[in-house]
Design a protein around this ligand. Sequence first.
Ligand code: URA
Length: 235
Amino acid sequence: MRLDKFLCDCGLGTRSQIKKDIKAGLVTVNGHMVKKPEQHVNEEVDRIEYRGQIYRHEKYVYYMLHKPAGVVSATQDRHERTVLNLLEDVGREGLFPVGRLDKDTEGLMLITDDGALAHELLSPAKHVEKEYECHLASPLTPTQQAQLEQGVDIGEKALTRPAAVQMLTGDKMTLTITEGKFHQVKRMLHAVGNEVVYLKRLRMGNLMLDPALAKGAYRKLTEEELNLVRATMRR
Ligand code: URA
């Protein structure tokens, strides 16, 4: 592959930044400075150093993003800012968000270029848990809680699968669901006679949103987190 693509894939910057850095002599291949961005390298065997650090090529990359409200979960959009616009400094091509959150929903979003992993995580048959913090228009009543826990009619063929409710305060709770229907949490609360006024995803499967990650910030998953995601899919 081209040297500039290799370095972009490593998440070291946009293609144009990387090209400048290569021309400025910041990159060596097998110990020799290379100033041509288009030079081909063998990512399996060549020793590629950027600013004195060796980089290996990763087949796939995995980022955790703390999605803020106001951006859409798409790869591109003509009018709206997308979650991928927040990762603009990552030069890697082919990234996409795993699943969707509404424009006004915040929280955990996994961004990757690993289609097989995304497919598994989103597969309806896998029933991967999604945990949300919900703030409600009015305190949840015991009847509403029981309905959510049993399954509610949101206008689909079947009732929703039983959800787990954990009360935080009267009008704040966490709701864990194992499906991913369009606007599912909002529709479930509406169906029981309440409304969601704020929604944040805290967890997907075994992967928790890092509480230290500020809104709009992102970072690569650690090896441990990636193993947790893989363990989710093996269940
Ligand atoms: N359920 C919703 O209603 N909205 C989301 O963004 C996610 C789950």
